[in-house]
Design a protein around this ligand. Structure first.
Ligand code: GAL
Length: 422
């Protein structure tokens, strides 16, 4: 390299070498993520869009990989096949025990650095920390806290028929009977196993209370699964079957919410993503819809969406994952997203002033449920049990709902199916 003796010549040579890319300066990573999620309904996609906007505004490249199908069962199938094919997406919407499952397979990126820099340990409640950590390390970033036990009411329909929000299941059945007599669909519902299971866990909590819910759905205690209370639960499920319209099979949950919106139906039992749908359609809480406490015993059925980052070994993707994780738990996004989605923030240090009465009630009820040990994880929304056990619950609940199976047969089948799945 004799010719490099004179400085001028040396500099020109270096520039040439650089131009030819022989000696590459470490290129600045371009934060990039492919995001697998199932937020495709009107309200859901508005909320997911807010995340995309924030990410792109922060210089990131977002590759959207939505999988339609509320409740996420279709998305889980796509995820498993992509991981098997060795092509996992970078960021994936995931919940509950599934997060620990993937972490145990050493598939997930460790988020401790972002967590430390952003102080996640201090801003998240114990119920969420437990979900997003594996062996003491952060392996997921929580987006929200959804409440599953809500009764959505159309106040105009209720006023027209002269009924009010039911406090007990007997009152619920009486109100539903009056709505039906008035030619209104009492309960807007979509015939899909996860939606049937959402009804089921609400009846379990309402009739049995939080302790019974834990015994039956979280611990699968045989006596709880086959006892009198569970028989009453299936009796009530049979009544609910009589309060829905014939068009329910396969109907998506947001289509059911549309029946409530346009006054064809009087009530819907669904998590507060239903509120996201109502708000996206320009509806206002207290005027066009009312969020009521579910009948029966008090408690709080919790569901929380998180994102996990699958290991990629690619600088752009890792930079994208770190940026996404930071944004998701930032104050700005926690407010924007949850106002659109119908949930409440996962971080506990947020101002409440922009949140409506339903969100504030959810925040207050969450606090009192924690204090009263009334907080239970959603089984239908993958927060409580491993996938196979959840599958057993969904199979029996939905086959009972769509047949003339007796409650006595249903509890027997449930105990057998759950036993087999464990
Ligand atoms: C839940 C999910 C929510 C909501 C709902 C309907 O499982 O956690 O965010 O979108 O499904 O798709």
């Amino acid at each position: 390299m004799r010719f490099l003796r004179t400085p001028h010549v040396a500099m020109t040579a270096l520039a040439t070498v650089l131009a030819c890319g022989l000696l590459s300066a470490p290129a600045k990573a371009e934060p990039t993520v492919e995001v697998l999620h199932y937020w495709t309904s009107g309200g859901e996609s508005k909320a997911a869009g807010a995340l995309r906007q924030d990410f792109e505004a922060a210089g990131g490249k977002w590759m959207d990989a939505p999988v339609a199908g509320g409740g996420g069962d279709a998305a889980s199938t796509v995820l498993r096949s992509r991981v098997l094919a060795g092509d996992p997406p970078n960021a994936v919407q995931l919940k509950g025990p599934n997060i620990k499952d993937w972490a145990a397979q050493d598939k997930l990126a460790n988020l401790d650095d972002v967590a430390k820099a952003e102080g996640w340990e201090k801003i998240l409640p114990p119920l969420i920390l437990d979900v997003v950590k594996y062996k003491g390390h952060f392996v997921a970033v929580p987006v929200n806290i959804h409440r599953v036990n809500w009764l959505w009411i159309n106040p105009q329909v209720f006023a027209k028929v002269g009924v009010s929000a039911p406090k007990t299941w007997d009152e619920f059945n009486a109100v539903a009977g009056k709505l039906k007599a008035a030619g209104i669909i009492p309960l807007a519902h979509g015939g899909q196993p996860w939606q049937d299971a959402t009804l089921f866990e609400n009846v379990v909590l309402g009739l049995g209370g939080p302790d019974f819910y834990r015994k039956a759905l979280v611990e699968q205690d045989k006596k709880a699964l086959t006892g009198d209370t569970m028989i009453k639960v299936f009796d009530q499920m049979r009544k609910l079957r009589g309060f829905i319209d014939d068009g329910f099979p396969g109907r998506e949950w947001n289509r059911a919410a549309a029946l409530l919106m346009n006054g064809q139906a009087g009530m819907q039992i669904m998590g507060d993503w239903a509120k996201g749908e109502l708000l996206a359609a320009g509806k206002v809480s207290g005027k066009d819809f009312v969020c009521a406490q579910m009948p029966g015993q008090a408690g709080y059925i919790v569901n929380s969406d998180s994102f996990v980052m699958f290991k990629s070994g690619n600088a752009d993707r890792s930079a994208g994952q770190a940026l996404l994780a930071k944004l998701i738990l930032g104050q700005k996004f926690q407010e924007t997203f949850n106002l659109l989605k119908g949930s409440i923030p996962a971080r506990q240090d947020m101002a409440r002033d922009k949140f409506d009465d339903c969100a504030v009630k959810s925040m207050d009820d969450l606090k009192s449920a924690v204090a009263a040990n009334g907080l239970v994880p959603s089984m239908a929304h993958e927060m409580a049990v491993p996938g196979a056990v959840r599958g057993a619950f969904l199979d029996v609940v939905t086959s009972h709902f769509n047949s003339s199976m007796t409650s006595q047969d249903a509890v027997k089948k449930l105990a057998e199916a759950v036993d087999l799945a464990k």
